[in-house]
Design a protein around this ligand. Structure first.
Ligand code: BGC
Length: 492
């Protein structure tokens, strides 16, 4: 009954199997690499100290600004924390012009960001903005500044809660002159150039924001342990004991509060196992990496996150198209300019659409092939082959995602307590890929230290708006710092 096409699709799909024994090896290696990252710099897992030493409990209050750079859109928002686990958020969103992401200078990019902040303030906080301009014109010294949390979702070596230098770009960004520079200082200088009443108070990775936002909105006895993103990129942050972060003592002038005995670590797990000692690899993974703008790095991310899953699938489909009669029936047409032939041409949302189609006629698959790849009249076998590959690639991504989660759960010893362990997640892949959490949970269960007990013990919940609310919460922590003066009136 199985046609040669489906037999070949099934054979390729098997290359994406990621069985229990590999999950377990992955977890053990992740724990090893994470300990190495806590002890020294320049390791494959960066384990970046964030200088955030407490998670919120829902009672925090105030008005803060937050901006978010890290995906296709730049977001500006103001967040009013009500102090009762709720908040109100006003935001604007703008697509970042491609040329600013990959070919301009850092000055162009940061000037663009500051202009968006100015436009936002004029629309939503004009009174305060005008008053500031007036005081400046009259030569007053006194300043009433908005504290701003800067969500910058790239690997940054942090030196304090509001300073850090860019280690490398990811997710298709590439502005070489920014690497090695303090991104908070770059933003502050662009803001000052426009004379805006804004102080960059905190530098925030989106995973840290997710952890903070989750902890604020669903406070439990013990707070949230992990914040994780499975979206365009992937990464996680977690609460670590200060005494385990032994490399902190090498950071000059490090200044942080020690009374909780903890600090949030930004793992940068997108770069887990860049050396490929345990990560699975197919020919499609290898080719994708070789043709990317950062070969040899973000190797975990390249197997898990939205920016890459579409490209893995495109390469596998192209293989079937060239070598196994996919889309070759006379009634089927693949235009020569179809995105099937274009690198990065296949959007990851196609995977979610395909996986979500359970009907025998496969209408969503047909519609997705038409919409994304301009392919008309695919046969049923074509659609089945697409589904077989999509399922395999998505399932491997979800099972791989269990590796860092299990490792952090084991490493922090939280599985041995009586409390529920809370994990906040965000991102298009975990939110929209059907049954992502189900596959992830299957793999978690296969890790003996987690086992079936993990089903109840580990609570995984979507945490929206980490880059807004989370950044506001960190700006709040930072604004309590003595060195920051005259914050904006903190009431609505
Ligand atoms: C970045 C991380 C970020 C993640 C999710 C990765 O590419 O390196 O800093 O947290 O994407 O946005």
């Amino acid at each position: 009954m199985s046609s040669p096409l489906l037999a070949e699709a099934t054979r390729i799909a098997r290359e994406f199997d990621y069985p229990a024994d590999q999950v377990q090896r992955g977890v053990a290696e992740y724990i090893r690499q994470s300990n190495e990252g806590l002890a020294k710099e320049n390791t494959t897992l960066s384990q970046i100290p964030t200088f955030v030493t407490a998670v919120p409990n829902g009672t925090e209050k105030g008005l803060y600004l937050a901006v978010d750079l890290g995906g296709t859109n730049f977001r500006v928002c103001s967040v009013q924390l009500h102090g009762d686990t709720t908040f109100s958020l006003t935001q604007s969103k703008i697509m970042i012009p491609r040329e600013l992401m990959a070919s301009g200078t850092s000055k162009d990019l940061f000037t663009f960001l500051a202009r968006q902040i100015e436009a936002f303030l004029r629309i939503h906080h004009n009174e305060h903005f005008e008053a500031h301009q007036r005081r400046r014109r009259e030569g007053h010294e006194e300043e009433e500044l908005f504290d701003l949390g800067f969500t910058f979702s790239f690997p940054v070596r942090q030196y304090g809660i509001n300073s850090g230098t860019l280690i490398r770009w990811t997710k298709g960004f590439n502005i070489p002159d920014a690497v090695g520079h303090d991104v908070c200082a770059l933003l502050q200088s662009a803001i000052d150039h426009l004379d805006l009443p804004v102080r960059v108070a905190a530098l925030v990775n989106d995973t840290v924001g997710t952890l903070m936002a989750r902890s604020y909105t669903s406070p439990g006895e013990t707070g949230t342990l992990i914040g994780a993103i499975f979206g365009t990129g992937t990464n996680g942050a977690y609460v670590e004991k200060l005494e385990n972060i032994t490399k902190l003592k090498h950071i000059k002038d490090a200044h942080y509060d020690t009374h909780t005995g903890e600090m949030i670590i930004n793992a940068e797990w997108g770069s887990f196992d860049n050396q490929l000692s345990v990560l699975p690899s197919t020919i499609y993974d290898r080719d994708l990496d070789a043709d990317s703008n950062n070969p040899g790095i973000q190797m975990f991310e390249k197997r898990v996150s939205g920016m890459f899953l579409g490209e893995i699938l495109r390469r596998a489909l192209l293989d079937l198209y060239n070598n196994a009669q996919l889309f070759k029936a006379t009634e089927t047409s693949v235009p020569s300019d179809s995105f099937l032939h274009r690198q990065w041409g296949l959007d990851t949302s196609l995977l979610s659409d395909v996986e979500g189609d359970t009907l025998p006629q496969m209408p969503k698959i047909k519609a997705a092939l038409k919409e994304h790849l301009a392919i008309e009249n695919p046969t049923d076998d074509d659609c089945k082959a697409v589904k077989i590959l999509t399922h395999a690639i998505g399932k491997r991504a979800a099972r791989l995602s269990a590796v860092p989660l299990a490792a952090v759960l084991i490493h922090t010893g939280k599985l041995d307590t009586d409390d529920i362990v809370d994990v906040g997640v965000d991102g298009s892949v975990v939110e929209f890929y059907p049954n992502f959490e189900g596959h992830l949970r299957d793999a978690l269960r296969e890790v003996p230290e987690v086992g079936v007990a993990g089903d109840k013990k580990v609570r995984i919940g979507i945490s929206k708006d980490g880059s807004g609310v989370g950044a506001a919460l960190i700006a709040l922590v930072a604004s309590k710092d003595e060195t920051l003066k005259n914050p904006v009136e903190k009431s609505s």
